[in-house]
Design a protein around this ligand. Structure first.
Ligand SMILES: Cc1cc2nc3c(=O)[nH]c(=O)nc-3n(C[C@H](O)[C@H](O)[C@H](O)COP(=O)(O)OP(=O)(O)OC[C@H]3O[C@@H](n4cnc5c(N)ncnc54)[C@H](O)[C@@H]3O)c2cc1C
Ligand code: FES
Length: 368
């Protein structure tokens, strides 16, 4: 359906101060406050729409504007190509309704059941997992219990109020602990502190759960997983969930890194493949010398996956990790016949405030 101005649409009531957003697939409606993005308004209304970076660069919040108009007063919709904008694609994390709108977007009902909230936690364990990856385990203070879906992430709240997102590397556990795999970003404030100074007993304020990278159980299709570096964290949580469910769906797991030491839980993944006949695990190294020395497959992870599965029409695909890997994978996998609505991903972009600052500082974001 083509995009039309609201004035021509008597079916939607026009209210200049409080725009209403209608989801065409379910008929649900919610109001958007002044200058609120569609995603923020949906979250306030308890409706889960897809997102990951919240900065306008990853594209996981892409939806179609069916009626009405939106603008982008914060960040430009970097993740949308020209042709996508011509087809009325919008980015829910950046689009601000200008009057009532109707959109076609994927709703993720399973995520709606768990409202996100703040919690005070204490570090109960800290361990180096790889030369630049720190594993940290947090526990909420007192009798507080946290809930989330496997694959979701949390925000660490810094003293100045800024947020730093990290995927939770397991589903909720009986002991209440939250596992994170934190890669040290050179020049990064929070991850440098974690790498150099964080110790058992330190307190962290978190907001949890966030994100829509969660297991989709309404499918019988085989699954492909592609993780780059610490992108293994949410993949681990989702795979463990499916193993616990006893799924018969095949799961093919690809994990890419530069050197073998970066595949910090390769033995765990090898164990899954040894124990469950429907699971395969393929580690891939981008450094040719490291690949030769370790006997592991050499190359780029998305290329390795496509060599093994050139036609993705019959798969569900989950991927998480560095933005460049996710962006390359998105394009190539859709070109290999993967329907876009069966591609689930978290792109490990820097936090929205840093993205905002970088986008304000330069015209393009490529190479982030
Ligand atoms: C959904 C999601 C899940 C994630 N999960 C994980 C995970 O499980 N594990 C993991 O390791 N990472 C994960 N990440 C990435 C992680 O959030 C970032 O690496 C982290 O926020 C970096 O924080 P920092 O304070 O150390 O770095 P920041 O201080 O935010 O800096 C990051 C980089 O940007 C540069 N920078 C900062 N400000 C500017 C500026 N104004 N102009 C130019 N450059 C600037 C810095 O020099 C640095 O290189 C995830 C990201 C997302 C979006
Ligand atoms: S572009 Fe909107 S969540 Fe990443």
């Amino acid at each position: 359906m083509g995009r039309r101005r609201l004035m021509d649409q008597p079916s939607l009531s026009y209210n200049a101060r409080v725009p209403t957003v209608t989801l065409t697939s379910s008929g649900k409606r919610f109001d958007a406050a002044a200058d609120e993005t569609v995603l923020e308004a949906a979250q306030r209304a308890g409706i889960a729409l897809p997102y990951s970076c919240r900065g306008g660069v990853c594209g996981s919040c892409k939806a179609t504007l069916v009626e009405g108009e939106c603008s982008y007063p914060r960040n430009p919709p970097t993740a949308l190509s020209g042709p996508a904008r011509m087809r009325h694609a919008i980015l829910l994390c950046q689009a601000v309704p200008r009057g009532d709108i109707a959109i076609q977007a994927r709703e993720i009902a399973s995520v709606e059941d768990i409202p996100h909230r703040r919690a005070e936690t204490v570090v109960i364990e800290r361990r180096m997992l790889a030369p630049d990856v720190v594993g940290i385990w947090l526990k909420p203070l007192g009798d507080d219990r946290l809930n989330w879906l496997p694959g979701q992430y949390l925000d660490v709240i810094l003293e100045d109020g800024k947020h730093r997102p990290f995927s939770i590397a397991s589903g909720p556990r009986a002991d209440g602990a939250v596992e994170l795999h934190v890669r040290h970003v050179p020049g990064g404030g929070f991850t440098s502190w974690v790498y150099e100074s964080l110790k058992v007993g330190d307190r962290l304020t978190i907001e949890v759960p966030l994100g829509t990278f969660v297991p989709r159980e309404d499918s019988e299709r085989p699954m492909l997983f592609m993780a780059g570096g610490t992108g293994f964290a949410p993949v681990k949580a989702i795979v463990e969930h499916f193993i616990a469910l006893g799924t018969r769906r095949p799961m093919h797991i690809y994990w890419g890194a530069r050197i073998a030491e970066d595949l910090y839980l390769a033995d765990l993944a090898r164990g899954w493949a040894a124990d469950v006949p429907t699971i395969t695990f393929t580690p891939v190294l981008s450094d040719p010398e490291a690949a030769r020395a370790s006997g592991l497959r050499e190359g780029l992870i998305h290329e390795a996956l496509l060599e093994d599965f050139p036609d993705l029409a019959d798969f569900d695909l989950y991927m998480s990790g560095p933005p460049a890997m996710v962006a390359a994978g998105r394009q190539l996998f859709i070109d290999a016949n993967l329907p876009e609505d069966r591609l689930y991903f978290d792109s490990f972009d820097v936090a929205p405030d840093v993205l905002d600052a970088i986008l304000r500082g330069r015209a393009g974001i490529h190479g982030l």
